[in-house]
Design a protein around this ligand. Structure first.
Ligand code: MN
Length: 246
């Protein structure tokens, strides 16, 4: 049974193509999977679990839950866009919320799973922002504000982030090799899977005298999705066009 890992779909109502691709993926390959892992940024943003009242969000969650109802374990690890998910979200999706960094057995191999943003240590401004918003006090203060106000704050941050990304170099926004090596070393594993950078690739790193494998998931466009398909004998990136996995 294949384990599928996906990330960075950035779903929102203005991206019906990507949303349709996910829905068909969930009804197709995912419904026959051994397990499904969503490694963050499923949504363009998540303003808090009362955001489930939005029919778009509810529809996506219901489709994920249908997979779980088939008896397929579904796991969710939050990204930088949807870190405000909570237990109500998890229940709506029939998933377990995972907290990174964590090591899971993926097709028989102990593997470090991350969203990936913690590896982008060159971007100091982003890391400072991350530390601020991930603090429990910030989270509870923010979630106590009305939903409409939270959405408006997040929309503002998204606009600012789009402008800042044009200013930042590609290298600044990529993973830092020392941070990658440190993550392998600290967790004592030779396999890692993450997303976030949207740079689908399989990398090999030499760490502590061992060859370590790092799989970076790609983002989804309106016409193409991707996943890492893990079987005991092989791990492989595969592509989803809505009808066939190639
Ligand atoms: Mn991300």
């Amino acid at each position: 049974m294949t384990t599928y890992l996906i990330s960075d779909l950035h779903l929102c109502p203005s991206r019906p193509g990507a949303t349709a691709l996910l829905l068909s993926f969930l009804a197709g390959p995912a419904a026959r999977a051994g397990a499904l892992y969503i490694l963050g940024d499923l949504f363009e943003y998540w303003a808090g679990d009362d955001h489930l009242g939005d029919p778009f969000n509810a529809r996506v969650c219901t489709a994920i839950k249908a997979v779980a109802t088939h008896g397929i374990p579904v796991f969710f690890l939050a990204g930088n866009r949807d870190f405000l998910v909570g237990e109500d979200f998890a229940r709506a999706c029939g998933t377990s919320l995972l907290t990174e960094p964590l090591i899971r057995d993926i097709a028989g191999k102990p593997t470090l799973l991350l969203h990936g943003d913690t590896l982008c240590t060159d971007d100091i401004d982003y890391q400072n922002f991350r530390t601020m918003v991930r603090a429990p006090q910030w989270r509870s203060d923010f979630l106590s504000r009305p939903l409409a106000e939270r959405i408006s704050v997040i929309e503002g941050l998204r606009e600012r982030s789009t402008v800042e990304k044009q200013r930042k170099s590609m290298a600044l926004m990529d993973t830092n090799n020392d941070a990658v090596a440190a993550a392998f070393s600290e967790h004592g594993v030779t396999r890692m899977i993450h997303g976030h950078t949207h740079r689908l690739a399989h990398h090999e790193h030499s760490v502590d005298g061992q060859i370590c494998q790092r799989w970076v998931l790609g983002d989804w466009s309106d016409t193409a999705g991707n996943c890492l398909a893990c079987d005991a004998d092989q791990w492989k990136f595969r592509y989803w066009d809505g009808t066939a996995l190639t």
